[in-house]
Design a protein around this ligand. Sequence first.
Ligand code: FAD
Length: 415
Amino acid sequence: MNAISDIAIVGAALAGATAAKTLRDEGYDGRIHLFGAERHAPYIRPPLSKGYLAGSDDRASIDVLDASWYLDNNVDLHLGTRVSDLDPSGSVTTDDGTRYRFDRALLATGSTPRRLPIPGADLDGVVSLRTVDDSDRLRDTLQRGGRRIVLIGSGWIGMEVAATARTLGNEVTILERDPVPLAAALGDELGRFFARLHAEHDVRIRTSVAVESIVGENGHATGVRLADGETFPADLVVIGVGAVPLIELAERAGLDTGDGVLVDASLRTSAPAVFAAGDIAGAVHPLIDRRIRSEHWANAIDGGTTAARAMLGRPVTHDAIPYFYTDQFDLGMEYAGFAPLTRDAELVYRGDPASGEFIAFWLREGRVVAGMNVNIWDVNDDIKALVRSGEVVSLDALRDPNVPLDSLAASTSAR
Ligand SMILES: Cc1cc2nc3c(=O)[nH]c(=O)nc-3n(C[C@H](O)[C@H](O)[C@H](O)COP(=O)(O)OP(=O)(O)OC[C@H]3O[C@@H](n4cnc5c(N)ncnc54)[C@H](O)[C@@H]3O)c2cc1C
């Protein structure tokens, strides 16, 4: 293999910045171009719907790396610069027509909020949340308190924004198409658990509704109308109906795509010099031999790290157990495991969900495929180890809080 002297990373956010950092940590001293369409240096998004939105986390705390790191480590950070074309044989072109050659490239272009094609979605006062600029705008309104906030969609971001908005003293309504919030992620039983949490904090949740339009006056949203004519007055409407991976660049470059950019277990795309990581990468997970695409923070870190090593020719496999977390009101939760395997899985609890402190396990054929700890800490590595072990576990032991979890997965490691 020829020596690598030029690496281009497209997408200056968590996966991209983690990859740049890993390249330097691994001793790579060649050129790194890091291109970001946003004007901000790489930052992390989870606080945008939680502490940053609430005003408790300051701006510096959400940076992926210190502002000086890029200069100190000789990384060419091109902010406000969109890559418009990628030639898999070795170059990227930016919006202003400049071409940069590469020996290896990493695509880490992330996701964008799914649009809701209904009348009124483009009115002022209708927002979605992806960037720090979105969060700043939302925060301006929420922090005034006493506003009527209507959220369309009860996914993770919708539920988190609802919790933050309510905590800041706003009147909050969630409109959800499905019968139970978060059911797609957690199933009905645990989805209802989250619905109850919100109801206890006076968030109004209306499920099984069909949103027809956003109504407005003088160009500004004033409410959300359902198909049956019922209208929910709103000062601000937040659309949170999921995200779609930004794969156009990969598609135009002729890379294999499907649900995301298709990569192998080392995160290499169908073009040998091009890798993909973070939200856009759909990789076959070696443990379950199934392609998964994870839109979560930990996957951007793990993927950025793996892809950087793979670009340098190290023998690596992207095989971390998928992980994510959420904070809503006084609830903190961590989840580890394979969500696609939890459908029809057996649900087993350690602790009583009504107490607000418990662990839920999803099992298939006696094996833990996912687990979620709610307001219980320092157990998630043990849950990951259980999932990784693939061993049949005793249900009684799983349920019994006196049996240490690490004794159930003693022979395996957490990652
Ligand atoms: C509000 C919010 C809350 C979240 N909360 C959680 C949470 O609690 N837990 C959790 O696990 N995950 C959470 N996530 C998800 C997590 O933030 C994402 O999985 C993570 O940001 C993915 O990182 P990424 O680097 O792959 O992509 P992104 O963070 O989407 O970044 C991609 C970057 O690439 C840039 N880009 C795109 N196309 C181009 C181009 N052609 N040229 C140049 N640049 C380009 C984009 O502008 C963007 O800055 C949350 C996300 C949001 C939005």
